[in-house]
Design a protein around this ligand. Structure first.
Ligand code: NDP
Length: 399
């Protein structure tokens, strides 16, 4: 069927590569390209010899001419961006110049401002439309599957959805006193930022980690959940007609929060450069360098994740509640692809999103968030590629 250029060679990219290789009729050829080519080579070595042909390349994804040259050389049908959010715009620029479709898992964030918003990527809408190419934004789990779940609930069970609670639980234990499950810099920027929720047409800001509840998750049990700002709320507020309230909740253990508080208090989570022995360093980037690499957590992590959405609204004048979620086991993921569940739950939807565009099911010139497409083929693919979902019409609600 086609060729995909995968940019990045970290935890999520590793899962994308494994999953493309499990789907060789769609992904006949892939090129893994990243800043550190040895990581691309290591991924290739682990999977070479199957039906999907694998190439590797070195690329600085901040550099548009380098990206354009690589795209012209490899001639992919789609670019899967699983590098960092800082590279979204340069990769989109290169796709525009070469007229190649684009998929990512996280929205653009300027490196010097911890504020992620869709406005930068939505500004590419007209240019992608004119070029006749598709950009699918946010095809991970959250954002990603949470948007697909929302479109599915809207299509099959509701006339109007008035409230969405997105619940992201990780009950995994990696045995380290403190480590993050995906890129530490991105993760810590996200959790130390102000929280927010959508309420009747506007976003209400909250102090970081200031709203806490306990939720009893299916297959995991009761966990502390904290209200966070999360990027899919911005697009869901526009794309789910009649929506009044959206909240995003994530679990954190007391141990994680205590470490984070100390790191914050001593200034280690700051993104303001400081002068250290004559050299400018960013404390958060230094912290990332001393923390365990998320890709190394795979063999040590035990337990499960549960990510899903609870919808409240109406169908035929009657109230409806609907909970749809996936439960993923860290050890099972590691057995299958050599990564823990946080990378797995992001990498599988990235591959599926690319398949949707490559096979023409979601091919539509322009820049789109995932909930703007027909959810049914994606929901079906989740079941086939390792992220089966469960549903309940009588869930416990978040207070
Ligand atoms: P990692 O840090 O493990 O991997 C990032 C990769 O990008 C590394 O291989 C890195 O190279 C490469 N990279 C960074 N900068 C450049 C550059 N300038 N040029 C080329 N390559 C570069 O991150 P993860 O795999 O954990 O996360 C990948 C993406 O997935 C992130 O955008 C993250 O926000 C997103 N994500 C989305 C989730 C979702 O549910 N939607 C959940 C989790 C993550 P090097 O090895 O040299 O550092």
């Amino acid at each position: 069927m086609g060729k995909a250029l995968i940019i990045g060679a970290g935890g999520v990219a590793s899962v994308v590569v494994h999953k493309c290789c499990q789907n060789p009729d769609v992904f006949e050829e892939i090129c893994i390209a990243s800043r550190t080519v040895s990581k691309c080579e290591a991924l290739k070595q682990g999977l070479d010899g199957g039906k999907t042909k694998i190439q590797t390349a070195q690329v600085d994804a901040n550099n548009v001419p380098e990206l354009v040259a690589l795209i012209k050389k490899f001639q992919p049908d789609i670019v899967i961006n699983v590098a960092l959010p800082y590279q979204d715009l340069t990769i989109m620029d290169a796709c525009l110049e070469t007229k190649v479709d684009y998929v990512d898992t996280a929205n653009y964030e300027p490196e010097d401002t911890a504020k992620f918003e869709y406005k930068w990527q939505w500004a590419y809408r007209e240019r992608f439309k004119e070029a006749g190419i598709t950009a699918l934004l946010g095809s991970g789990f959250d954002p990603g599957v949470t948007g697909v779940f929302s479109a599915y609930a809207q299509k099959h069970y509701f006339d109007t959805i008035s409230q969405i609670d997105i619940l992201d639980a990780n009950a995994g234990d990696h045995g380290y006193p403190f480590a993050t499950n995906f890129n530490p810099e991105i993760n810590i920027r996200e959790v130390t930022a102000k929280g927010s929720y959508y309420d009747n047409g506007k976003f209400i800001e909250t102090d970081p980690m200031s709203i806490k509840q306990v939720y009893n998750f299916p297959q995991i049990g009761p966990k502390d959940i904290y209200l966070l700002h999360h990027e899919e709320m911005e697009s869901l507020a526009l794309n789910i007609k009649g929506i009044k309230k959206i909240r995003f909740w994530m679990t954190f253990s007391q141990k994680y929060l205590t470490h984070l508080e100390v790191l914050q208090n001593v200034g280690m989570t700051s993104i303001e450069p400081i002068n250290f022995e004559g050299k400018q360093i960013v404390p958060l980037q230094f912290l990332k360098a001393v923390l365990p690499d998320p890709a190394s957590l795979g063999p040590r992590t035990k337990g499960k994740t549960n990510i899903g959405c609870i919808f409240q609204g109406e169908k035929d004048g009657k109230p409806v509640t609907y909970y749809v979620y996936n439960v993923c086991d860290h050890e099972e993921c590691y057995k299958e692809v050599g990564s823990q569940a946080v990378s797995y739950t992001t990498g599988v939807p990235a591959m599926i999103g690319a398949e949707m565009v490559l096979t023409g099911k979601w091919k539509k010139p322009g820049v789109y968030n995932i909930e703007e497409f027909d959810p049914d083929p994606f929901m079906d693919a989740l079941n086939r590629f390792g992220l089966p979902w469960h549903e309940s019409f009588v869930p416990e609600l978040v207070k």
